[in-house]
Design a protein around this ligand. Structure first.
Ligand SMILES: [Zn+2]
Length: 276
């Protein structure tokens, strides 16, 4: 599943590929991926729409259109965008096809079909509960150390589980939550409210570092919208410090890394470096 850095890569790739293009027509082959409006209204409103920009809020991709409309897309497990020429074969699962004015088609393909799309006005976007509930953007100034401390103090959940709650701390999924806690040398099982401020600073820095690292790794990776089998994580070139490395030696101390289950999700950690 793509995490925030991978969605950021998709946003950057999309921005380069479709900003300034006009949608000549939209085909919808899987109506239930559309949360709103009706399929007929979706196709009618997109016909002739100009794509003015592509951005992101959390893992929601925001494709801005003229006339104050915005197309909100969540990739969920396996959603992806693929750009194909008019004469190229369509990729597998061509659930939505946007015909663009440069003789290309932007295809939304989703093998598992959990992805969601919604076309709405900018005004309605501001009132969209799912987006309003999100915590501050982790790489912007609005995510401060003070915000993190205050959030930790209010929760008795384990740190790992709190880090996964996008309404409290945005941007860390299962991979980067484990990585950030390892980098800060903090136990994933520790109750959030018991973390001392001094160690909270380490956690804050670790959260930013893992996200920045992942985004930079992606910029050298260059997600290619023409690459139909491309992985979000760039195949096996990416290196996780602890994620999916149970049984392997810790890069700091050589102790065997462990896996535990918290809230139904796997947590990877070093029992020595992350004792407390
Ligand atoms: Zn260690």
């Amino acid at each position: 599943m793509p995490e925030l850095p991978e969605v950021e890569h998709v946003v950057r790739a999309l921005r380069g590929a479709v900003s300034g293009r006009r949608i000549l027509a939209a085909e919808l082959n899987l109506p239930r991926l559309l949360a709103a409006p009706s399929p007929a209204s979706f196709k009618r409103k997109l016909c002739g729409a100009l794509i003015t920009g592509v951005s992101r809020r959390g893992k929601y991709i925001l494709i801005a259109l003229d006339h104050d409309q915005v197309l909100v897309v969540h990739l969920r497990m396996t959603g992806k965008f693929i750009s194909v020429g008019l004469d190229d074969p369509l990729p597998a699962y061509p659930h939505v096809i946007f015909h663009l004015d440069n003789d290309r088609r932007l295809v939304f393909s989703d093998m598992r079909q959990f992805g969601r799309m919604r076309l709405l006005s900018l005004k309605a976007l501001k009132e969209l509960a799912q987006i309003n509930a999100l915590a501050p953007e982790p790489l912007l100034d609005e995510f401060t150390q003070e915000y993190l401390f205050a959030t930790l103090k209010k929760s008795r959940r384990s740190l790992k589980q709190l880090l996964l709650d996008q309404t409290k701390i945005l941007g860390l999924g299962n991979i980067y939550a484990s990585e950030a806690l390892f980098l800060a040398r903090i136990s994933p099982f520790k109750s959030a409210d018991t973390l001392l401020q001094k160690r909270g600073v380490l956690l804050y820095e670790a959260i930013r570092k893992v996200l920045h690292e992942a985004i930079e790794a992606g910029s050298t990776l260059k997600i290619d919208l023409n690459e139909q089998n491309g992985s979000y994580f760039g195949s096996d070139e990416r290196f996780w410090r602890v994620y999916e490395r149970a049984g392997e030696p810790c890069v700091n101390c050589g102790t065997k890394l462990r896996r535990a289950v918290q809230g139904g999700r796997s947590t990877y950690y070093c029992p020595k470096c992350q004792r407390r």
